[in-house]
Design a protein around this ligand. Structure first.
Ligand code: AMP
Length: 261
């Protein structure tokens, strides 16, 4: 932490634009898209890799979350990252201060994962304070997370510009996620079906949420957590075996695209 502070202080003193990409590691093309965007737009790029315990529930996958550190570092190196901050632990034993956004964090993932967004907001503010970024990059895949962080930055006057990056998908349509590596081949096919139905539903003019809910309930091996429209996006979470997946898509995406042409 001290070394991180020294580096960011020197960059701030020199007036350099610092880009931050916060991650939990197990980096994939989604993360790399954020990193490349930061690389294009900033003089300095910091990637943080930290599996933040405070955003995991007691029965969640904290201990089995993948941690391929060497591979992650190699990817960061190749992508021209200036500094990787991968602390073992960010919390003192008597840590007792939390950042709690109380409106946008309600419902959806906030309801299914109590305390999740409190952990996210707290660690993101800590990472902002340690890395002092000019710009910070987040993926649209975690739509509610982006909303919560944007609100926190506004409400607490945090001097950072947030940049949101569209969701990167595999060729079969599944949104890239570090958790995809938990999926057995059979489960992967179910996850792809989730992504496929979401894409179709989001383009429907009439009641996309009800259509998606009904469609997902018919998929064997999939159990529905929630389907909910929010902020012009159709958001959904499902369980495929022991793996929880989230995804979202802009509603009437193709219609909007066409109307732009
Ligand atoms: P994570 O390591 O899962 O906490 O993700 C770190 C950052 O990468 C977050 O801002 C995520 O929204 C973003 N991210 C994860 N998956 C994707 C994806 N498939 N496309 C775009 N961004 C992503």
């Amino acid at each position: 932490m001290a070394a991180m502070r020294r580096a960011s202080a020197a960059w701030v003193r020199a007036g350099e634009v610092v880009g931050l990409v916060p991650t939990m590691g197990a980096l994939h093309e989604g993360h790399l898209t954020l990193i490349r965007r930061a690389r294009r737009e900033c003089r300095r790029v910091v990637v943080t890799i930290y599996v933040n315990p405070t955003q995991f529930g007691p029965k969640e996958d904290l201990s089995r979350y993948p941690r391929p550190r060497r591979h992650d570092l190699a990817l960061c190196h190749e992508a021209g990252v200036d500094l990787v901050f991968a602390p073992e632990n960010l919390y003192l034993p008597d840590h007792s201060t939390w950042v709690e956004e109380t409106a946008l964090s309600q419902g959806r993932d906030g309801a299914s994962r109590p305390g999740h967004f409190r952990g996210v907001a707290t660690v993101v503010l800590k990472l902002f304070n340690l890395t002092r970024p000019t710009r910070a990059y987040f993926g649209q895949k975690d739509a509610q997370q982006v909303d919560v962080i944007r609100r926190m930055v506004r409400d607490l006057d945090v001097p950072v510009r947030l940049v949101t990056v569209p969701t990167v998908r595999d060729a079969d349509g599944l949104a890239l996620s570090s958790r995809n590596r938990y999926l057995l081949p059979k489960e992967r096919a179910v996850a792809v079906e989730f992504a496929r139905l979401l894409q179709i539903a989001a383009r429907r003019k009439k009641n996309p949420a009800a259509w998606l809910r009904a469609g997902l309930k018919r998929v064997p091996g999939l159990s529905l957590d929630y389907v909910e429209p929010a902020g012009g996006r159709l958001c959904a979470a499902v369980w495929v075996g022991a793996t929880r997946l989230i995804d979202n898509e802009r509603i009437n995406f193709s219609k909007t695209e066409n109307s732009r042409v």
